[in-house]
Design a protein around this ligand. Structure first.
Ligand SMILES: Cc1cc2nc3c(=O)[nH]c(=O)nc-3n(C[C@H](O)[C@H](O)[C@H](O)COP(=O)(O)O)c2cc1C
Length: 203
């Protein structure tokens, strides 16, 4: 499908075929594509917990103010971020691991990362996670469409109770709950302001 058409056709879907099973292999393939998203200093601070267990899906629906799409999904992707991934020593280590820098570049790289975070200290906090993990999440929603799945991004849920239910580390900041599955209804037509209304072009 044409790329722009694919982008335009993504809509939040709130009813899924609850009998459809998504395989673990497909989930991993989808997430490998989604992980090509950009992030500050390539920190890749995302964590993803994928719930397929039907009993847990029922519990998640209860903690999502009973929004039905949660219980009907083939899988619910709980997307979180870990700000420890912004630690400068970790960033240097991963740059070395990926062969992006040599040992001789470490001081330079360290200085550049320091400058970045002194310009944007909030980028090391929850705000930074929302940005980086938000970009990852958007990528994921489009990758899911390419694999013929639909989804709905959700924050109208009780993240604290979900984190406790799934026994996740306290350091992981919840960003989004993303029910995923085969659509059983179509989404609402897009209602958007035209670009001219929110754009300033300076010639
Ligand atoms: C941060 C965020 C939180 C959202 N939370 C919910 C939610 O709790 N429940 C829900 O049904 N939709 C939720 N949505 C989906 C929006 O309602 C939806 O994206 C918007 O109405 C535009 O529709 P579209 O996604 O079909 O283009 C959320 C979307 C975002 C980006």
């Amino acid at each position: 499908m044409n790329f722009l058409k694919q982008l335009d056709m993504r809509k939040s879907i709130r009813h899924f075929d609850s009998n459809y099973v998504i395989s673990d292999e497909e989930i991993i393939e989808i997430l490998n594509h989604a992980a090509n998203a950009p992030s500050s200093n390539n920190a890749q601070p995302w964590k993803v917990v994928v719930v397929k267990n039907k009993k847990l899906l029922v519990e998640l629906q209860k903690l999502s103010f009973n929004q039905e799409q949660v219980g009907q999904a083939s899988a619910v992707f709980f997307i979180l971020g870990d700000k420890r991934d912004y630690d400068i020593n970790r960033l240097i280590k991963s740059n070395l691991k990926y062969n992006l820098i040599h040992e001789s570049d470490i001081n330079d790289k360290r200085q550049r990362i320091k400058t970045y975070f002194s310009l944007h200290p909030e980028d090391k906090e929850a705000v930074g996670l929302r940005f980086d993990v938000g970009l990852f999440s958007m990528n994921l929603m489009h990758v899911l469409r390419a694999f013929d799945y639909d989804s709905v991004p959700m924050r109208g849920v009780d993240f604290a109770k979900i984190t406790t239910l799934l026994k996740l580390p306290n350091e992981w900041e919840p960003i989004l709950l993303l029910p995923v599955g085969k659509a059983s209804t179509i989404g609402h037509p897009h209602k958007r302001e035209p670009a001219k209304k929110f754009t300033t072009i300076m010639d």
